[in-house]
Ligand binder design. Structure first.
Ligand code: ATP
Ligand code: MG
Length: 420
């Protein structure tokens, strides 16, 4: 017996309705904001991610699924979606006007230690917006994120946190200040962060291992922004206030890479432990140029579907239930006629579940009950001879005989739907 790979799992039919519900809500809201779907390959060249995500990140250093194909190309399963979106933007940008708004949803792959809310194949929904430079774009994207969280019923469970990361100009002197400060407490940092101090000191700030007291005294980027970055951040706060969008300033939220500019935001939930971030986003004005395109401001976010689903109410996206269960009791002729009736009803848009062959009345009615369909339609030898069907409303138990020619109309009426 061959089992699934560690950190990877099926989404069984009992659960997939919840996934579809989440995806449908997301699609609906993305459309409201003018985003269209971009479908990118599940694997790409390794260099795409080492450059776009950055060499000194956890993803590139230790989480990518890298393999060589039979032609000797070094490829990898995509660990995230932004790199491919940027590649796609650059490859086709000559023929396009800005802004370019795209969304994606689908599996991502990271070799991580599996635990609750952390898997090796997981799923993200994300948006990328290319073109607009001002804080209005940032505010609109946050409005979209909050609207989606509310649409799946978890608006109140999640807090939007924001910060500014400055730009390469004001970040360089800040980084120096930060390193000086961290050097003075070096021996108290975790082993990982002692290494980060040289390569990626900003990441120390959002390290989950550090003692909060130790981080309490660090200098904040927020207090070292240049005039342009400060006015962008103030502009964003003003827009958020005007839209009455709730947020919390988090001066310790960082991204470790130079192409991240200004706005960073996260949606965090209580009760998910270290896996508390359901969405992470930010402005990456330097990335398109870094990847060889014409410098273009951009902003995006990605949310983890597994974590959203953990917060979503159980009742949302429950599996679809058929409109009726067709019970056919009799010989092959009765069964064949019942299948024809089922097809006729489906032709009218009615969802029919049917026990395909065998089983007496009692056992089939049990299946009908288990299916949770509101109606059962019973076809037996008598019904066949008389040209009728017995229709039973499962909840009240009331039964009626309906002429075959009137069956679809009567069923639609019982379902509270109009004909046609
Ligand atoms: P974390 O700090 O939890 O590792 P991250 O910074 O690596 O998150 P991003 O790369 O910003 O996460 O991805 C955006 C979102 O994708 C996260 O906020 C989270 O909801 C989800 N996510 C990331 N990695 C995983 C994973 N291995 N399993 C499930 N969800 C994940
Ligand atoms: Mg991670």
């Amino acid at each position: 017996m061959i089992q699934t790979v560690r950190g990877v799992r099926d989404i069984p039919p009992e659960e997939s309705g919840r996934w579809s519900f989440l995806e449908e809500r997301a699609r609906r809201i993305f459309a409201q904001y003018g985003y269209r779907e971009l479908r990118t390959p599940l694997f790409e060249r390794v260099e795409l991610f080492s450059r776009a995500v950055g060499e000194a990140t956890d993803i590139v250093e230790k989480e990518m699924y890298v393999f060589e194909d039979r032609g000797g190309e070094r490829l990898c399963l995509r660990p995230e979606g932004t790199a491919s979106a940027v590649r796609s933007f650059i490859e086709t940008s000559r023929h396009r006007s800005l802004p370019w708004r795209v969304f994606y949803m689908g599996p991502m792959f990271r070799y991580e230690r599996p635990q609750k809310g952390r898997y090796r194949q997981f799923h993200q929904i994300g948006c990328e917006l290319f073109g607009p430079e001002g804080p209005l774009a940032d505010a609109e994207m946050m409005a979209l994120v909050l609207r989606l969280l509310r649409a799946i019923g978890i608006g109140a469970a999640v807090t939007l946190e924001i910060n500014s990361l400055g730009c390469p100009v004001c970040r360089a002197p800040y980084r120096e200040k930060l390193v000086n400060h961290l050097e003075s407490v070096r021996s108290r940092l975790c082993g990982n962060c002692q290494n980060r101090l040289e390569r990626n000191p900003l990441r120390v700030l959002d390290c989950k291992e550090e003692d909060p007291a130790l981080l309490a005294g660090v200098p904040h980027m927020r207090d070292h922004l240049c005039a342009g970055c400060e006015s962008h951040f103030q502009g964003l706060l003003t827009h958020l206030d005007r839209l009455a969008l709730p947020y919390r300033l988090n001066p310790l939220m960082v991204r470790g890479l130079d192409y991240y500019h200004r706005t960073a935001f996260e949606a965090v939930a209580g009760g998910l432990g270290a896996q508390n971030a359901v969405a992470a986003g930010g402005r990456y004005d330097g990335l398109v140029a870094e990847m060889g395109g014409v410098s273009t401001p951009a902003i995006g976010f990605a949310m983890g579907m597994e974590r959203l689903l953990m917060l979503m109410d159980e009742s949302l996206g429950a599996p679809e239930v058929a409109d009726l269960y067709l019970v056919a009791v009799g010989d092959g002729v009765v069964e064949a006629e019942a299948v024809r009736i089922a097809e006729g009803l489906r032709e009218k848009g009615i969802a029919v579940e049917m026990h395909l062959g065998g089983g007496g009345m009692k056992s089939q009615m049990k299946h009908a009950g288990r299916s949770r369909a509101p109606l059962a339609v019973i076809i037996g030898q008598d019904e066949l001879t008389e040209g009728v069907a017995t229709v039973k409303a499962m909840e009240s138990g009331s039964q009626e005989r309906v002429a075959r020619g009137e069956l679809d109309g009567r069923i639609l009426a019982l379902l509270g739907r109009s004909i046609g």
